[in-house]
Design a protein around this ligand. Structure first.
Ligand SMILES: *Cc1c(COP(=O)(O)O)cnc(C)c1O
Length: 393
Protein backbone atom coordinates (compact mmCIF):
# COMPACT_ATOMS: atom_id res chain seq x y z
CA UNK A 1 0.00 0.00 0.00
CA UNK A 2 1.30 3.45 -0.86
CA UNK A 3 2.04 5.70 2.12
CA UNK A 4 0.13 8.97 2.51
CA UNK A 5 3.55 10.60 2.83
CA UNK A 6 5.58 10.73 -0.39
CA UNK A 7 8.18 8.00 0.05
CA UNK A 8 11.14 10.15 -1.05
CA UNK A 9 12.93 9.34 2.22
CA UNK A 10 13.85 5.86 3.36
CA UNK A 11 12.90 6.43 6.96
CA UNK A 12 13.91 4.47 10.05
CA UNK A 13 10.98 2.89 11.84
CA UNK A 14 11.07 5.42 14.70
CA UNK A 15 8.45 7.94 15.79
CA UNK A 16 9.41 10.59 18.32
CA UNK A 17 6.86 12.50 20.32
CA UNK A 18 8.96 14.39 22.85
CA UNK A 19 12.41 15.83 23.22
CA UNK A 20 14.45 17.23 26.07
CA UNK A 21 18.01 18.47 25.63
CA UNK A 22 19.99 15.80 23.83
CA UNK A 23 17.28 13.18 24.44
CA UNK A 24 14.36 12.03 22.29
CA UNK A 25 11.43 9.89 23.44
CA UNK A 26 9.62 7.58 21.03
CA UNK A 27 5.95 6.67 20.81
CA UNK A 28 6.72 3.43 22.57
CA UNK A 29 8.33 5.29 25.47
CA UNK A 30 11.95 4.46 24.57
CA UNK A 31 14.69 7.00 25.20
CA UNK A 32 17.31 7.88 22.55
CA UNK A 33 20.49 9.92 22.77
CA UNK A 34 20.29 12.24 19.76
CA UNK A 35 23.81 12.64 18.38
CA UNK A 36 22.39 13.74 15.00
CA UNK A 37 20.64 16.85 16.28
CA UNK A 38 18.14 16.83 13.41
CA UNK A 39 21.17 17.03 11.05
CA UNK A 40 22.93 19.92 12.82
CA UNK A 41 19.67 21.82 13.36
CA UNK A 42 18.86 21.41 17.07
CA UNK A 43 22.00 23.27 18.10
CA UNK A 44 20.69 23.94 21.62
CA UNK A 45 18.91 20.63 22.14
CA UNK A 46 15.23 19.76 22.10
CA UNK A 47 12.66 21.94 23.87
CA UNK A 48 15.33 24.40 24.96
CA UNK A 49 13.59 26.60 27.59
CA UNK A 50 15.07 29.88 26.29
CA UNK A 51 14.02 29.15 22.70
CA UNK A 52 10.62 27.81 23.72
CA UNK A 53 9.90 30.95 25.75
CA UNK A 54 10.94 33.24 22.87
CA UNK A 55 8.63 31.37 20.48
CA UNK A 56 5.71 31.37 22.94
CA UNK A 57 6.09 35.09 23.66
CA UNK A 58 6.16 35.94 19.97
CA UNK A 59 3.29 33.56 19.18
CA UNK A 60 0.99 35.35 21.60
CA UNK A 61 1.83 38.75 20.06
CA UNK A 62 2.24 38.54 16.29
CA UNK A 63 2.84 35.67 13.84
CA UNK A 64 3.16 37.25 10.45
CA UNK A 65 3.00 40.58 8.67
CA UNK A 66 4.85 39.95 5.33
CA UNK A 67 7.93 41.76 4.15
CA UNK A 68 5.86 44.69 2.90
CA UNK A 69 6.61 46.16 6.35
CA UNK A 70 9.63 46.35 8.61
CA UNK A 71 9.86 43.48 11.08
CA UNK A 72 11.59 44.55 14.32
CA UNK A 73 12.77 41.02 15.19
CA UNK A 74 14.22 40.62 11.74
CA UNK A 75 16.11 43.92 11.95
CA UNK A 76 17.49 42.92 15.34
CA UNK A 77 18.74 39.55 14.05
CA UNK A 78 20.22 41.16 10.93
CA UNK A 79 22.04 43.74 13.09
CA UNK A 80 23.42 40.97 15.28
CA UNK A 81 24.64 38.92 12.29
CA UNK A 82 26.19 42.00 10.68
CA UNK A 83 27.96 43.01 13.90
CA UNK A 84 29.31 39.47 14.40
CA UNK A 85 30.50 38.67 10.87
CA UNK A 86 32.07 39.98 7.65
CA UNK A 87 28.60 40.93 6.39
CA UNK A 88 26.95 44.32 5.91
CA UNK A 89 23.50 43.07 4.93
CA UNK A 90 21.24 40.02 5.37
CA UNK A 91 18.35 38.45 3.45
CA UNK A 92 16.23 35.98 5.44
CA UNK A 93 14.82 32.70 4.11
CA UNK A 94 13.14 29.55 5.40
CA UNK A 95 15.78 26.98 4.47
CA UNK A 96 19.31 26.33 3.33
CA UNK A 97 18.35 25.83 -0.29
CA UNK A 98 16.67 29.23 -0.40
CA UNK A 99 19.70 30.89 1.21
CA UNK A 100 21.89 29.39 -1.53
CA UNK A 101 19.44 30.49 -4.24
CA UNK A 102 19.73 34.05 -2.98
CA UNK A 103 23.54 33.74 -2.94
CA UNK A 104 23.72 32.61 -6.57
CA UNK A 105 21.24 35.21 -7.80
CA UNK A 106 23.16 37.91 -5.93
CA UNK A 107 26.49 36.89 -7.49
CA UNK A 108 25.08 36.94 -11.02
CA UNK A 109 23.39 40.28 -10.39
CA UNK A 110 26.61 41.76 -8.99
CA UNK A 111 28.47 41.19 -12.24
CA UNK A 112 25.47 42.23 -14.29
CA UNK A 113 25.24 45.52 -12.44
CA UNK A 114 28.97 46.04 -13.09
CA UNK A 115 28.21 45.50 -16.77
CA UNK A 116 30.38 42.35 -16.78
CA UNK A 117 27.74 40.50 -18.73
CA UNK A 118 29.93 37.50 -19.55
CA UNK A 119 30.47 36.67 -15.87
CA UNK A 120 27.69 34.15 -15.17
CA UNK A 121 29.38 30.80 -14.52
CA UNK A 122 29.46 29.38 -10.99
CA UNK A 123 32.25 27.00 -9.96
CA UNK A 124 31.34 24.43 -7.28
CA UNK A 125 33.09 21.33 -5.97
CA UNK A 126 32.60 17.62 -6.37
CA UNK A 127 31.00 15.84 -3.44
CA UNK A 128 29.29 19.06 -2.31
CA UNK A 129 25.68 19.51 -1.26
CA UNK A 130 23.75 22.76 -1.51
CA UNK A 131 20.11 21.67 -1.44
CA UNK A 132 17.46 19.98 -3.54
CA UNK A 133 16.00 22.68 -5.78
CA UNK A 134 16.71 22.41 -9.50
CA UNK A 135 19.39 25.11 -9.25
CA UNK A 136 21.06 23.51 -6.24
CA UNK A 137 21.16 19.98 -7.67
CA UNK A 138 22.59 21.57 -10.80
CA UNK A 139 25.16 23.31 -8.60
CA UNK A 140 26.29 20.12 -6.86
CA UNK A 141 26.03 18.22 -10.12
CA UNK A 142 26.17 14.72 -8.68
CA UNK A 143 24.54 11.93 -10.65
CA UNK A 144 22.70 10.79 -7.51
CA UNK A 145 20.89 14.13 -7.16
CA UNK A 146 20.12 14.93 -10.79
CA UNK A 147 19.29 11.57 -12.39
CA UNK A 148 15.82 11.69 -13.92
CA UNK A 149 15.35 15.40 -13.20
CA UNK A 150 17.09 16.67 -16.33
CA UNK A 151 17.35 19.09 -17.98
CA UNK A 152 19.35 20.68 -15.20
CA UNK A 153 20.34 24.36 -15.16
CA UNK A 154 23.40 25.36 -17.14
CA UNK A 155 26.08 27.65 -15.75
CA UNK A 156 27.55 25.40 -13.05
CA UNK A 157 30.89 23.65 -13.22
CA UNK A 158 32.13 21.12 -10.64
CA UNK A 159 35.78 20.51 -9.95
CA UNK A 160 37.78 18.48 -7.44
CA UNK A 161 37.70 19.79 -3.85
CA UNK A 162 40.98 20.99 -2.30
CA UNK A 163 42.74 21.06 -5.68
CA UNK A 164 44.04 24.53 -6.58
CA UNK A 165 45.59 23.53 -9.92
CA UNK A 166 42.31 22.18 -11.23
CA UNK A 167 40.50 25.24 -9.93
CA UNK A 168 42.90 27.56 -11.73
CA UNK A 169 42.42 25.62 -14.97
CA UNK A 170 38.63 25.82 -14.65
CA UNK A 171 38.51 29.59 -14.14
CA UNK A 172 37.70 31.66 -17.21
CA UNK A 173 36.58 35.23 -17.95
CA UNK A 174 33.01 34.00 -17.48
CA UNK A 175 33.56 32.79 -13.89
CA UNK A 176 31.20 34.73 -11.63
CA UNK A 177 31.59 32.98 -8.28
CA UNK A 178 33.18 30.06 -6.47
CA UNK A 179 30.94 28.23 -4.01
CA UNK A 180 32.18 25.97 -1.27
CA UNK A 181 31.39 24.37 2.05
CA UNK A 182 34.32 24.99 4.46
CA UNK A 183 33.48 21.51 5.74
CA UNK A 184 31.52 19.30 3.36
CA UNK A 185 28.73 17.87 5.49
CA UNK A 186 26.57 15.50 3.42
CA UNK A 187 29.73 14.58 1.53
CA UNK A 188 31.12 12.95 4.68
CA UNK A 189 32.77 15.64 6.84
CA UNK A 190 35.59 16.68 4.53
CA UNK A 191 37.39 19.83 5.65
CA UNK A 192 38.83 22.40 3.27
CA UNK A 193 42.60 22.51 3.71
CA UNK A 194 43.50 25.73 5.54
CA UNK A 195 45.61 26.94 2.63
CA UNK A 196 42.93 26.02 0.14
CA UNK A 197 40.45 28.60 1.36
CA UNK A 198 43.14 31.27 1.58
CA UNK A 199 44.26 30.54 -1.97
CA UNK A 200 40.70 30.49 -3.30
CA UNK A 201 40.14 33.86 -1.69
CA UNK A 202 43.31 35.25 -3.29
CA UNK A 203 42.23 34.02 -6.72
CA UNK A 204 38.78 35.55 -6.24
CA UNK A 205 40.25 38.95 -5.41
CA UNK A 206 42.67 38.83 -8.36
CA UNK A 207 40.11 37.74 -10.92
CA UNK A 208 37.01 39.67 -9.80
CA UNK A 209 35.19 36.49 -8.70
CA UNK A 210 32.87 36.37 -5.69
CA UNK A 211 33.52 33.83 -2.93
CA UNK A 212 30.31 32.22 -1.67
CA UNK A 213 30.50 30.03 1.42
CA UNK A 214 27.83 27.49 2.28
CA UNK A 215 27.89 27.39 6.10
CA UNK A 216 24.42 25.92 6.33
CA UNK A 217 25.71 22.88 8.22
CA UNK A 218 29.03 24.08 9.69
CA UNK A 219 27.92 27.55 10.82
CA UNK A 220 26.36 28.96 14.02
CA UNK A 221 28.94 27.73 16.52
CA UNK A 222 29.15 24.17 15.21
CA UNK A 223 32.94 24.29 14.75
CA UNK A 224 33.76 26.24 17.94
CA UNK A 225 33.76 29.66 16.27
CA UNK A 226 30.56 31.44 15.30
CA UNK A 227 31.35 30.62 11.67
CA UNK A 228 33.89 28.19 10.24
CA UNK A 229 35.52 30.75 7.91
CA UNK A 230 36.95 32.55 10.96
CA UNK A 231 39.39 29.64 11.38
CA UNK A 232 40.74 30.16 7.85
CA UNK A 233 41.60 33.86 8.25
CA UNK A 234 39.54 34.85 5.25
CA UNK A 235 36.15 36.42 4.70
CA UNK A 236 33.66 35.50 1.97
CA UNK A 237 31.68 37.94 -0.14
CA UNK A 238 28.45 36.03 0.41
CA UNK A 239 27.51 33.30 2.91
CA UNK A 240 24.46 31.03 3.14
CA UNK A 241 23.31 29.84 6.56
CA UNK A 242 20.28 27.94 7.90
CA UNK A 243 19.94 24.83 10.13
CA UNK A 244 21.45 25.91 13.48
CA UNK A 245 20.33 29.56 13.27
CA UNK A 246 16.71 28.45 13.82
CA UNK A 247 17.50 25.76 16.40
CA UNK A 248 14.66 23.69 14.88
CA UNK A 249 12.43 26.49 13.60
CA UNK A 250 12.68 26.90 9.80
CA UNK A 251 15.01 29.85 9.27
CA UNK A 252 17.86 30.62 6.92
CA UNK A 253 19.79 33.67 5.77
CA UNK A 254 22.05 34.93 3.03
CA UNK A 255 24.72 37.29 4.38
CA UNK A 256 26.73 39.57 2.13
CA UNK A 257 29.06 42.51 1.93
CA UNK A 258 27.57 45.77 0.74
CA UNK A 259 29.68 45.48 -2.41
CA UNK A 260 28.49 41.96 -3.31
CA UNK A 261 24.86 42.92 -2.65
CA UNK A 262 24.97 46.06 -4.79
CA UNK A 263 22.65 44.62 -7.45
CA UNK A 264 19.89 43.51 -5.09
CA UNK A 265 17.67 46.56 -5.00
CA UNK A 266 13.88 46.70 -4.52
CA UNK A 267 12.02 44.06 -6.52
CA UNK A 268 15.05 41.83 -7.25
CA UNK A 269 14.28 39.10 -4.72
CA UNK A 270 11.70 38.15 -2.13
CA UNK A 271 10.11 35.58 0.14
CA UNK A 272 6.68 35.50 1.75
CA UNK A 273 7.80 33.91 5.00
CA UNK A 274 11.51 34.73 5.02
CA UNK A 275 12.43 36.52 8.25
CA UNK A 276 8.95 36.02 9.67
CA UNK A 277 8.45 37.29 13.27
CA UNK A 278 8.20 33.79 14.77
CA UNK A 279 11.35 32.53 13.03
CA UNK A 280 13.35 35.63 13.93
CA UNK A 281 12.23 35.51 17.57
CA UNK A 282 13.82 32.06 17.74
CA UNK A 283 16.85 33.16 15.70
CA UNK A 284 17.51 35.96 18.15
CA UNK A 285 17.17 33.56 21.08
CA UNK A 286 19.68 31.18 19.44
CA UNK A 287 22.15 34.01 18.92
CA UNK A 288 21.74 35.19 22.53
CA UNK A 289 23.20 31.86 23.65
CA UNK A 290 25.57 30.85 20.84
CA UNK A 291 27.12 34.23 19.99
CA UNK A 292 29.09 34.32 23.23
CA UNK A 293 32.81 33.64 23.59
CA UNK A 294 32.39 31.53 26.69
CA UNK A 295 29.80 29.34 24.98
CA UNK A 296 31.97 28.96 21.87
CA UNK A 297 34.96 28.02 24.04
CA UNK A 298 32.82 25.34 25.68
CA UNK A 299 32.09 23.91 22.22
CA UNK A 300 35.86 23.67 21.64
CA UNK A 301 36.35 21.93 25.00
CA UNK A 302 33.59 19.41 24.25
CA UNK A 303 35.03 18.84 20.81
CA UNK A 304 38.39 17.98 22.39
CA UNK A 305 36.76 15.48 24.72
CA UNK A 306 34.73 13.93 21.89
CA UNK A 307 37.79 13.67 19.62
CA UNK A 308 39.89 12.03 22.34
CA UNK A 309 37.17 9.48 23.03
CA UNK A 310 36.62 8.81 19.34
CA UNK A 311 40.35 8.23 18.91
CA UNK A 312 40.10 5.62 21.65
CA UNK A 313 37.16 3.97 19.83
CA UNK A 314 39.07 3.99 16.54
CA UNK A 315 41.98 2.29 18.24
CA UNK A 316 39.82 -0.29 19.98
CA UNK A 317 37.62 -1.12 16.97
CA UNK A 318 40.01 -0.81 14.06
CA UNK A 319 38.07 -3.58 12.29
CA UNK A 320 34.93 -1.36 12.21
CA UNK A 321 36.26 2.21 12.05
CA UNK A 322 38.76 3.60 9.60
CA UNK A 323 39.17 7.30 10.34
CA UNK A 324 37.92 10.06 12.63
CA UNK A 325 37.62 13.53 11.13
CA UNK A 326 35.92 16.86 11.59
CA UNK A 327 36.01 20.11 13.51
CA UNK A 328 34.20 21.16 16.68
CA UNK A 329 31.02 19.18 17.15
CA UNK A 330 30.84 18.25 13.47
CA UNK A 331 32.54 14.87 13.50
CA UNK A 332 32.65 12.03 11.00
CA UNK A 333 33.63 8.43 11.54
CA UNK A 334 34.63 6.67 8.35
CA UNK A 335 33.53 3.04 8.62
CA UNK A 336 34.89 -0.23 7.28
CA UNK A 337 31.47 -1.84 7.53
CA UNK A 338 28.52 -0.25 5.65
CA UNK A 339 27.73 2.97 7.59
CA UNK A 340 24.00 2.36 7.51
CA UNK A 341 24.45 -0.95 9.37
CA UNK A 342 26.18 0.92 12.16
CA UNK A 343 23.50 3.64 12.24
CA UNK A 344 20.83 0.93 12.49
CA UNK A 345 22.73 -0.84 15.27
CA UNK A 346 22.69 2.50 17.11
CA UNK A 347 18.90 2.68 16.85
CA UNK A 348 18.67 -0.67 18.61
CA UNK A 349 20.99 0.53 21.39
CA UNK A 350 19.23 3.91 21.75
CA UNK A 351 21.63 6.30 20.00
CA UNK A 352 20.92 8.34 16.86
CA UNK A 353 23.71 9.06 14.37
CA UNK A 354 23.48 10.28 10.76
CA UNK A 355 24.94 8.55 7.72
CA UNK A 356 27.07 10.70 5.39
CA UNK A 357 29.03 10.36 2.15
CA UNK A 358 32.23 8.31 1.85
CA UNK A 359 30.71 5.67 4.15
CA UNK A 360 30.87 7.88 7.23
CA UNK A 361 28.58 8.27 10.17
CA UNK A 362 28.16 11.82 11.37
CA UNK A 363 27.94 13.12 14.93
CA UNK A 364 26.24 16.54 15.04
CA UNK A 365 24.98 16.77 18.63
CA UNK A 366 23.51 19.84 20.30
CA UNK A 367 26.32 22.30 21.08
CA UNK A 368 25.29 22.34 24.75
CA UNK A 369 25.69 18.57 25.19
CA UNK A 370 27.31 17.81 28.58
CA UNK A 371 30.60 15.96 29.09
CA UNK A 372 28.62 13.24 30.81
CA UNK A 373 26.39 12.84 27.76
CA UNK A 374 29.44 12.69 25.49
CA UNK A 375 30.87 9.90 27.66
CA UNK A 376 27.53 8.14 27.50
CA UNK A 377 27.44 8.44 23.69
CA UNK A 378 30.93 6.96 23.48
CA UNK A 379 29.90 4.03 25.69
CA UNK A 380 26.95 3.31 23.41
CA UNK A 381 29.04 3.56 20.22
CA UNK A 382 31.57 1.28 21.91
CA UNK A 383 28.86 -1.29 22.64
CA UNK A 384 27.53 -1.10 19.07
CA UNK A 385 31.02 -1.71 17.70
CA UNK A 386 31.67 -4.58 20.14
CA UNK A 387 28.47 -6.28 18.98
CA UNK A 388 29.70 -6.17 15.40
CA UNK A 389 32.84 -7.99 16.53
CA UNK A 390 30.72 -10.74 18.04
CA UNK A 391 28.71 -11.07 14.83
CA UNK A 392 31.85 -11.26 12.71
CA UNK A 393 33.69 -13.59 15.07
C1 LIG B 1 21.23 21.01 4.69
C2 LIG B 1 22.12 21.71 3.73
C3 LIG B 1 21.60 22.43 2.64
C4 LIG B 1 20.12 22.46 2.32
O1 LIG B 1 19.37 23.02 3.35
P1 LIG B 1 17.78 22.82 3.36
O2 LIG B 1 17.35 23.55 4.60
O3 LIG B 1 17.52 21.36 3.40
O4 LIG B 1 17.24 23.44 2.12
C5 LIG B 1 22.49 23.11 1.82
N1 LIG B 1 23.82 23.07 2.06
C6 LIG B 1 24.34 22.39 3.10
C7 LIG B 1 25.83 22.42 3.32
C8 LIG B 1 23.52 21.68 3.95
O5 LIG B 1 24.05 20.97 4.97
Amino acid sequence: MISSVLPSYSRANLRFIKGEGVWLFSEGGQKYLDMGGGIAVNCLGHANPHLTQALKDQASNLWHTSNLYHIPNQEKLADNLVQSTFADTVFFTNSGTESMECAIKMARKFHHSNNNLEKTEIITFENSFHGRSLAMISAAGSEKLIKGFEPILSGFLQIEFNNIEKLLKAISPSTAAIVLEPIQGEGGIITAHPNFLAEVKKICVEKDILLILDEIQCGVGRTGTLFAYEQHNITPDIMAIAKGIGGGFPLGACLATERAAKGMGPGTHGSTYGGNPLACAVGNAVMEIVNNQEFLNSVKDKSLLLKQKLAYLLDKHSNIFEEIRGVGLMMGIKCKIPNIEFVNAGFEKGILTVPGGENTIRLLPPLNISNEEINFAIDMLDKCASDFKVKEG
